[in-house]
Design a protein around this ligand. Structure first.
Ligand code: MG
Length: 409
């Protein structure tokens, strides 16, 4: 371990200390080797680095329950840390992205998907002078509302709750962070900032007002960015998982223009690559070209919109973060290819049918005999109604919890 050394004596020839100048971001950011970084310095760093269109911690609408500020973490850093420590975040490890969790250790889970989205989004946020910590918080929380068995599971919960307020994973994500996590003695939920919570609500504009948020606004650029990076990441990693699983072949994939371009470019750079490496090099190019297009197109749109604040972003007529039109079409075509040839593959359709049987049977079993629910779930049912409490219980389950519970009933 490095021993602690005392701070050096002040330079006797340096003249009188001018003292801190609170108005100067440059001064606040000047490194002082002996002092730990302060939150004020980190806030000042945001002022020095971010574009006027970015959301700053200093402009946050805050938390529902006021809390003292932290000494060396900004508001959005704290939100990120709360999300990572949430039990709903840990459960993402055992929830389906495309394959049911126990089908293979190689495939993406909802946790590794989330981490890939966060990685891509942080890179693009930095390049666009957006708030990287806010972007990361939104990315890490964006799938917290998914139940077991991925989109197939979501469809089942949607049908089961159709007459009882419905189910949608973004709206449910907000329930998770606002109501279903228990980590504080004096309030429910994680007490996250308005901006991270608003990202869930503005994802599906028809639900915005119902969820208690301001209507008619565009998402902040940080939230818009996570949306696009979500699809960019899943298209790329699902090609990889599709090929690795053998459900999609590299020969068939060559019928897609975008994929063929990167496949041929990878081949031109390094002839005679073994097939596995050839796929990985092509996926790497696919992500890189997507992010570069996204950053350049978004930068041009942000500049043309002449934005002076995040409020101007939210009042703008259009979303500003996105691919060029050409890249948007090509990404859509690849996503459609995956839908037809991978997500609708008979093996995955069978998995979807199994998810429906399991979740429907569990829902009906708990409804006909609520005493099978835990004491805590029964108390929750007294507050929110039996069906909503059952839906919350099912949505919290991982793939294998649902399978095991179904077997034990
Ligand atoms: Mg996602």
């Amino acid at each position: 371990m490095t021993p602690m050394t005392p701070p050096p004596d002040p330079d006797p020839n340096a003249g009188p200390n001018p003292g801190p100048n609170p108005g100067s971001a440059a001064h606040a950011c000047s490194p002082s080797a002996s002092e730990p970084v302060t939150r004020a310095e980190l806030d000042a760093r945001e002022d020095a680095l971010l574009g006027p269109w970015a959301m700053r911690c200093s402009g946050s609408r805050g938390r529902e329950h006021e809390e003292p500020k932290h000494a060396y973490r900004t508001t959005y850093m704290r939100d990120r840390d709360r999300i990572i420590h949430a039990s709903a975040f840990r459960r993402l490890e055992y929830k389906t992205q495309v394959f049911v969790n126990h089908e293979g250790d190689y495939y993406r889970t909802r946790l590794t998907h989330t981490m890939e989205v966060a990685q891509v989004a942080r890179t693009a946020a930095r390049a666009l002078r957006l708030n990287e910590d806010l972007t990361e918080s939104i990315a890490l929380s964006h799938d917290l509302g998914h139940g077991p068995f991925g989109h197939k599971g979501e469809d089942v919960l949607k049908d089961l709750m159709a007459e009882r307020g419905g189910f949608e994973h973004n709206a449910h994500g907000l329930r998770v962070v606002d109501l279903l996590e228990h980590r504080y003695p004096r309030w429910r939920g994680l007490n996250l900032c308005y901006e991270v919570r608003e990202a869930f609500a503005l994802h599906s504009p028809k639900d915005t007002a119902a969820l208690g948020f301001r209507k008619g606004l565009k998402p902040l650029l940080e939230a818009q960015l996570v949306d696009v990076c979500d699809s960019l990441a899943y298209v790329a990693h699902d090609v990889d998982d599709g090929v690795a699983s053998g459900l999609v072949t590299t020969e068939e994939l060559l019928s897609n223009d975008l994929w063929r371009e990167h496949w041929e470019a990878a081949q031109a750079q390094e002839a005679e690559l073994p097939d596995g490496l050839q796929v990985l090099m092509s996926v790497k190019r696919l992500i890189d070209a997507g992010v570069t297009d996204l950053v350049e197109s978004s930068r041009a749109r942000i500049a043309a919109a002449d934005l002076d604040s995040p409020e101007a972003v939210q009042a703008h007529a259009h979303r500003l973060i996105g691919f060029s039109d050409a890249m948007h079409r090509r990404q859509r075509a690849l996503s459609r290819y995956l839908y037809e040839h991978f997500y609708c593959h008979p093996r995955l359709m069978r998995m979807g049918a199994r998810a429906r049987r399991i979740l429907t049977a569990l829902f009906e079993a708990y409804r006909s005999e609520p005493r099978m629910l835990s004491t805590r779930d029964r108390a929750w049912a007294d507050e929110v109604g039996l069906e909503r409490a059952i839906c919350d219980r099912l949505a919290a389950m991982t793939d294998r919890q649902a399978v095991e519970e179904h077997a034990s009933l």
